[in-house]
Design a binder for this molecule. Structure first.
Ligand SMILES: NC(=O)C1=CN([C@@H]2O[C@H](COP(=O)(O)OP(=O)(O)OC[C@H]3O[C@@H](n4cnc5c(N)ncnc54)[C@H](OP(=O)(O)O)[C@@H]3O)[C@@H](O)[C@H]2O)C=CC1
Ligand SMILES: O=C(O)C1=N[C@H](C(=O)O)C[C@H](O)C1
Length: 247
């Protein structure tokens, strides 16, 4: 049995994860932890921590995982570059899967985007539109940013210098080298992402729409199983590794 620790247990994803673990026959809930609980005591003896919380909390939890040798699945989004570098440092001491979207579908879409962007590198304007529920605190979504990164890499652009995060006022004509991001927040939208390649005479839209958070919980359990069967002590992995897309 894989002993799972669920962090942010009373959050939207925390609740889904608890249900998902309870429905398996190869994982068991070692502990469920909320803000204010004793993280070190709770994580002791766990095989894998699954964390969908906030960047600062995740980093504090990872520090304990690294000390105790607990492996970690990180679904939290909204990390800045320095915080991502901290995750990489923790991965020198324990094994971590870090992915802004655990759904199989989104990770297949990332592959499709790489192919589409290579074919449409010239003459097509690239815009990424994402929509989420009213409670989401970070923007653009981690998934939208990862989609932007995949597309930018495929067309040979530096995302940091070509990304445009929203437009207002007299913006002038569109610079063809940019990759635009637009964010929608409202109601209970679980997570919609579209990458638009807009050319003259046609446009291509690659979309993913989530209709249930179970996709993220099931993906997280795949990550936990991947880590549990991983015999080396440390390393930083993504969904590509878990889904075997790198082999
Ligand atoms: N990778 C993926 O596939 C997915 C990623 N996500 C990401 O997961 C994260 C959580 O999303 P969601 O479940 O909707 O958010 P919620 O706000 O519903 O849940 C977050 C949980 O984390 C807890 N938390 C916040 N701060 C701390 C802290 N300092 N210490 C301990 N616990 C803390 C919250 O507690 P409290 O309410 O008491 O503050 C809450 O229980 C987000 O970053 C989201 O983008 C979401 C879905 C899929
Ligand atoms: O906050 C959410 O809900 C989600 N967050 C992730 C992100 O930022 O990409 C994944 C998914 O879209 C749901």
């Amino acid at each position: 049995m894989i002993r799972i620790a669920v962090m942010g247990a009373s959050g939207r994803m925390g609740k889904m994860l608890i249900e998902a673990v309870q429905a398996t026959d190869d994982c068991t809930l070692h502990v469920t932890l909320d803000k204010g609980d004793d993280v070190r005591a709770g994580l002791a003896g766990a095989d894998v921590m699954i964390d969908f919380t906030r960047p600062e909390a995740t980093l504090a939890h990872l520090a304990v995982c690294a000390d105790l040798g607990v492996k970690a699945v990180i679904g939290t989004t909204g990390f800045d570059d320095a915080q991502k570098a901290e995750i990489a440092r923790f991965a020198e001491r324990t094994a971590i899967v870090f992915a802004p979207n655990m759904s199989v579908g989104v990770n297949v879409v990332l592959k499709l985007l790489d192919m589409a962007a290579r074919a449409l590198a010239e003459g097509y304007d690239i815009e990424i539109v994402e929509a989420h529920h009213r409670m989401k605190v970070d923007a653009p979504s981690g998934t939208a940013l990862q989609m932007g990164q995949v597309v930018a890499d495929a067309v040979g652009r530096d995302l940091k210098s070509c990304a445009v995060y929203g437009r207002e006022g007299v913006t002038g004509a569109r610079d063809p080298s940019t990759i635009g991001f637009a964010t929608v927040r409202g109601g209970d939208i679980i997570g919609d992402h579209t990458v638009l390649f807009a050319g003259i005479g046609e446009r291509i839209e690659v979309s993913h729409k989530a209709t249930n958070r179970t996709i993220y919980a099931q993906g997280s359990l795949r990550c936990a199983r991947y880590l549990a069967s991983f015999t080396k002590g440390n390393g930083l992995f993504g969904m590509n590794d878990v889904l075997g897309f790198n082999t």
